[in-house]
Design a protein around this ligand. Sequence first.
Ligand SMILES: C[S@@+](CC[C@H](N)C(=O)[O-])C[C@H]1O[C@@H](n2cnc3c(N)ncnc32)[C@H](O)[C@@H]1O
Length: 205
Amino acid sequence: MPSLPRLTEMAHWLVSLWIRPGDFAIDATAGNGHDTAILARLVGLSGRVLALDIQPEGLENTRLRLVEEGTFGEHIKLVLADHARLEQVASAEWLGCVRVIMFNLGYRPNSERPVSTGLVTTLSAMGQSLGLLAEGGLMTVVAYRAHEGGESETQAILEWAMGLDDRLWHVARYDLPNIRSRPPILLAINKRKQKSLDKNFGHFP
Ligand SMILES: C[S@@+](CC[C@H](N)C(=O)[O-])C[C@H]1O[C@@H](n2cnc3c(N)ncnc32)[C@H](O)[C@@H]1O
């Protein structure tokens, strides 16, 4: 019997629609490496992946996962850094060239010292991501609401995303409306192509 996909699986499915071999992709919250692993598989050896985390254990788990899958190499950059420094870490070479940027917020599962994302640094990183994305590119954000600080972080992200100019950005929201235990949400933010703007200024799709 099929069951509905988890929001993290939905995010993986979305990025698989966007990424082609040779693309640049960023995982802004590497954690245990599940998202980085998908990105590495999709961009292939000719692409590049940049993954950030503020926890060394997270980056090591990510490296081990990629080594195990045979996708680790020089084209994969794992950086111990706050994603509030994303532009600086990515450097000018990545500006406007990134096909997909993934955020998976909250705590790293099975972490001995749980460190959660926080709304100030998250919003800063998301703002920087807008400039890093290529035209047509996609940002995915899985935001959790049940942990301390999660609800306010999620609300701040929603408010920020709803304020994005619809002539430049399309925002989709996926959620689980009848689940009572404050379930996560998934946002997908698409940087519109200039060409489609000329033809169809300001209107969806
Ligand atoms: C839910 S986990 C990410 C899961 C991961 N994407 C995966 O596929 O396994 C969230 C991660 O964000 C990291 N984090 C928290 N604040 C951060 C920040 N300011 N900059 C970068 N990473 C951060 C945490 O250390 C944690 O590993």
